[in-house]
Design a protein around this ligand. Structure first.
Ligand SMILES: [Zn+2]
Length: 59
């Protein structure tokens, strides 16, 4: 299974796409980081791949 992640550009914390997809917008979980991460910020091909395979990502 391909793992899709987004890296926070401010602190480097890695967030998985399924966390982002479930909330769409989330505050970065990094310590003392106020950056906001959005599912829409993922590259289009990553979003499409994730949505096509969303059932495989459910834990
Ligand atoms: Zn961050």
């Amino acid at each position: 299974m391909r793992i899709i992640t987004q890296t926070c550009p401010q602190c480097g914390t890695i967030v998985s796409a399924n966390e982002l997809e479930s909330t769409r917008v989330m505050k970065c979980p990094g310590l003392s980081c106020e950056n906001v991460l959005r599912f829409e910020d993922l590259p289009r091909e990553d979003r499409e791949f994730f949505l096509d395979h969303a059932d495989e990502y459910e834990l």
